[in-house]
Design a protein around this ligand. Sequence first.
Ligand code: ADP
Length: 176
Amino acid sequence: MAKTERVGVYPGTFDPTTNGHMDIIRRGARVLDRLVIGVAVNAGKGPLFSLDERVEMVRDEVAALDDPNIGAIEVKSFDSLLVHFAEAEKAGCILRGLRAVTDFDYEFQMAGMNARLNPDIEILFLMASENHQFIASRLVKEIAALGGDISSFVSEAVAQRVNERLGRPDLQAVNE
Ligand code: ADP
């Protein structure tokens, strides 16, 4: 019998994509045959980047991944219930990243609710790597808006997009 393809979805807002997200994507893609990154519309969070921009940003970051041991990665947007998105992608699991204790409460609740909605879909948590533990999209935006250097939290390409969006041409020059 043919081995069943291991498919997972990794949902998030990715506003912007950080090194922490990319670490979870790379590690997740190492244990899955196909990883579908679901960029959530999440208008409620008032994102800095439009949905199309965030999809493009994640796609560019994924294209730059250089790891021979990773499975296929796709990037899609979704505006439905997460479990419905996972079902449509025939995913057996939902991948999430966990930073310290602050993420736990929210993730614990989300995992419980999603398990009720579809008990066949496992929620898979990967601990944030030590050097990415403190990276959060929200803080990246706050630091950039106040003129701080975000180059150790995001890729060069993302830093440029964020600084451009926040009108920090002085920092773009520094990054070039
Ligand atoms: P959401 O709106 O779902 O919180 P995010 O884009 O902020 O979307 O995060 C998507 C997922 O990535 C979440 O599971 C989050 O915990 C995880 N994540 C975010 N930043 C990091 C990081 N630095 N290290 C590990 N996981 C992270």
